[in-house]
Design a protein around this ligand. Sequence first.
Ligand code: GLU
Length: 327
Amino acid sequence: MDTSTSQKVDPAAVEQPVGRLAPSPTGMLHLGHARSLLLAWWHVRSRNGRVVLRIEDLDTARVRESYTQALLRDMEWLGLDWDEGPHFQSAHTERFHAAAQQLLQRGLAYPCICTRKEIFRSAPHRSDGETPYAGTCSGKFSSLEQALEQTGRRAGLRFQVPAGEIQLEDGFAGSFHSNPADEVGDFTILRRDAAIAYQLSVVVDDAAQGIHEILRGEDLLSSAARQWLLQNALGLPHPTWYHVPLVVDAEGRRLAKRDCDISLAEMRAAGIEPQQLVSWIARHSGIPKAKGQSAAELTPEFDLKRVPRTPLVLDPGSQLDLIQRDN
Ligand code: GLU
């Protein structure tokens, strides 16, 4: 399929790369976050690039001010710095609503009143729990107001996904294929509670903040195709993506804020020094000789090409042990 109307940012033509750290304050940061943040920071800093810090705080049901404070403290403790921000997404929601309206007016998005439960019940869902949306509301309503008037239910907005497969280039993972029409179907850009969905906000902000490159965990690889489609539809440039393997437990599950993985704050309280943690991460990220060094000291040695292509397997129970024993 070739629906490309947007320009790809050519990394070679960019004089000074601009990357971003984009944490969500929805829980405490743990080792997996620290690793992704450090890799993103090293990748930009080792090429004399600029770092933008963006706090992705639109999911009001899960965001807490105490998490925001904790993540700022954790990032400073790790030795990360930034040239711009923190920009809080919640402080500039008009640009997201404007983009959503634009897509609606151009017929590229449509109002949808379906609840999650209804979608789940009406369609077969896949093993990963995703239920591709069947397009039930497509063509039914012309505006959010009309949907409410007609049905008595509040509507959100879904982006109309063009049929077909897309091939994308990832700066780390290589080329990959995706078929968002089959995999997810028309996806939400504005939720029924009027909150802006992640896929839209990330695309609008990356463009508004002049981001050339995005390094993040490979759990977000499947989102890249949706983001690429939105960039096309909105005429926004495509940044270069680098999706890196995650830190996983012995069963291959990624470390998660909701599990009992040790947070960075707990590590700090247990007496771990940031240099210990940072050097441990560096040793598992292509700098085998790192020992007792800070994030900034390790910057010149970082090379994304040397980061292992496989997940970093870790037994969560022994995280503290591991870091202490290895230093
Ligand atoms: N805010 C997201 C997270 O913390 C990252 C989004 C992105 O990098 O695109 O998981």
